[in-house]
Design a protein around this ligand. Sequence first.
Ligand code: SF4
Length: 241
Amino acid sequence: MEQEREADMPRYSVIEEKNPREICLLRGSGCKWRRCAFCDYHLDFSRDEKANFALNRQVLARVDGHLGKLEVINSGSFCDLDGETLAEIRRVCLEKNILELHFECHWMHRQQIPAIRRYYGEKGIEVVIKMGVETFDGDYRDRILRKGMEGASPADIAAYADEVCLLFGLEGQTKASMEADVETGLRYFRRVCVNIMVENSTRVKPCPAAIKTFVEELYPRYRDNPRVDILLNNTDFGVGK
Ligand code: SF4
């Protein structure tokens, strides 16, 4: 049964280019924010912790540690994962000699970040936190995208997160606004991950003009930057659907 569920959606992959790492899409109890206007992937969740752990353990069993880095995503924040899963991640990292572990976190859980850094850090595993900010235009981010980040500045966010995700290809975005977002991201954070909006079940639609502007005018400039991941399609990391 669990095997069927994993087969439903690819949950393990290897990112070969730029910051090579293994990546697992695990399942948690669900994003506690769930209000971002453009998002429907928070639908990958279950309140059944035992079933989540059974699935997650099966996915984690595929990790072999050959790159020394693991990214764990779960359509939400690390704190939506059950305790047994967090412990299993730690066990696998130790067994496979993985010393860099990437997690996602929404702004609302920022106070829990120091504890998760300690939980893994005491075993010598560095936790790297990626936060979806989508844009550094605080008004657009909170009023239109409903990110719930309370107008946080780049410096406010950098006090908690190491890396950021940006969302491009939206109505109203221009070359200047997208360029400013990438440059701000590179100034304050170790790495930037650009996601291009794709059609989903929400009312937020991709804007072809903004996507064309990004692809033609900014993509060539950042494509080879080792600190910039660009996902032209949201399955480019090889997990999810
Ligand atoms: S925090 Fe992430 S998972 Fe939750 S609604 Fe926003 S984009 Fe979706």
